[in-house]
Design a protein around this ligand. Structure first.
Ligand SMILES: [Zn+2]
Ligand SMILES: [Zn+2]
Ligand SMILES: [Zn+2]
Length: 395
């Protein structure tokens, strides 16, 4: 079959065929079922007899900004997938709900002060109050005493764009998946050390399962939310040893998140720098009846699985070489992030880095290539949260 580009959404018959998808992929062509032994044509399907000669198929995007009906299916599937990983069902035994399991948030570090809405006991606090009327080297105040509304378009924007570390912000997003990968390796090693055994010995007693989702913050950097569960060596059907407790897991996550870093390779125009998680890690136990229960966590992860950069006031489209940044209907902060993505993407790659990673760009959708960080040994074992792991919405 040939794959046609998505055409304009058309109401009626075709959209219904594709399950309400607003941008169905239109297939045109035929499928022949042939008996392998005799070469006899058993059955032929052709789109000639479909309305308009095409077969509309749902786009199946997970991004709500692209196609709400398809994203809704993705969200509901993710919800069920996470829920069964927490409470059992669909082939996962219900005993899984007694395994140590936490909801961890790994944040990005600061790349400069940004406008923020803070609340305490239901009261909105001043954004960033600083005494003394000091100004930055660009002459802008380092203080903001406004109590921003939730709809304030300045939220997430720097107090001074001249002081903001756009390079660091873009690099962090580009390397965040690698930072996450190293975190998972370090977490297993930390657990092994805490238990006084080698990583190999740990693998024979405990499996660590992850389901993570990336959330774009208003300032345009990602942070990760993850469900992390301990299983016995046989997966969700087996209980981990008694020493592998929630407290031990929580402490190990904190240690691993603090220890992990990436040294980016230096190029002529880009000095090496160290990237690490922000200092705030939040790890809370998931329980059946507590404040953070399985339904809440599943809903949270599923929600972010259908969202991406568009939530940060930037574009939900690919940037082409011919795109004029100045013409884009976006605010200055995302424009500068996109510009930095494009600048870094054009830098010559480090001579000692033949392998190049496709960097995930800032809050732009432009693809860029960035030098790969120093290699880390591959993970000793991969495991999955429910029957299959979900690594939704990697930036
Ligand atoms: Zn769709
Ligand atoms: Zn402010
Ligand atoms: Zn400044």
């Amino acid at each position: 079959m040939t794959l046609s580009a998505p055409l304009d959404p058309r109401p009626g018959q075709q959209a219904r065929h594709a399950g309400g998808c607003v941008q169905p992929v239109l297939l045109r062509g035929r499928v022949d079922h042939i008996d392998g032994a005799t070469g006899e044509l058993l059955h032929r399907y052709t789109t000639v007899h479909e309305p308009g000669g095409v077969l509309p198929v749902a786009c199946k995007t997970r991004r709500a900004s692209r196609c709400l009906p398809c994203a809704e299916i993705y969200r509901a599937d993710t919800y069920q997938l996470i829920r069964t990983g927490l409470t059992g069902g669909k082939g996962i035994p219900e005993t899984v709900s007694a395994h140590p399991c936490v909801f961890a948030t790994l944040t990005a570090p600061s790349f400069g002060a940004v406008h923020a809405r803070r609340e305490h006991n239901g009261r909105v606090l001043a954004c960033r109050p600083r005494r003394g009327g000091r100004t930055c080297p660009h002459g802008r105040p380092v203080s903001c005493t406004e109590r921003h509304s939730a709809a304030d378009s300045r939220l997430g924007e720097p107090l001074c764009s001249g002081c903001y570390d756009y390079t660091g912000s873009v690099l962090f997003n580009a390397y965040a998946p690698e930072l996450w990968r190293r975190f998972t390796i370090t977490l297993r090693r930390t657990l092994a050390r805490q238990a006084g055994m080698t990583s190999t010995a740990l693998g024979k007693q405990v499996r660590v399962s992850f389901a993570k989702v990336a959330e774009y913050q208003r300032r345009g950097v990602v942070h990760f939310h993850a469900v992390i569960r301990l299983d016995g060596p046989g997966g969700p059907a087996t209980y981990p040893p008694a020493w592998a407790s929630t407290d031990l897991l929580t402490a190990a996550i904190d240690q691993a998140a603090t220890a992990v870093h990436i040294q980016t390779p230096a190029t002529a125009d880009l000095p090496s720098r160290t990237l690490a998680w922000g200092r705030e890690h939040d790890t809370r136990p998931i329980t059946a009846t507590g404040e953070l229960n399985d339904g809440k966590v599943a809903a949270y992860v599923a929600k972010y699985a259908t969202k991406a950069v568009e939530c940060t006031g930037t574009l939900d489209q690919r940037i082409n070489p011919g795109t004029r940044l100045a013409d884009l209907a976006i605010r200055e902060h995302p424009r500068r992030l996109i510009a930095e993505c494009l600048r870094l993407g054009k830098l010559p790659r480090g001579s000692n880095n033949s392998a190049l990673a496709h960097g995930r760009t800032c809050s732009a959708s432009a693809a860029t290539s960035l030098p790969k960080a120093a290699p880390t040994p591959p993970p000793s074992a991969r495991s999955a949260l429910p029957a299959a792991s979900t690594s939704a919405n990697a930036p």
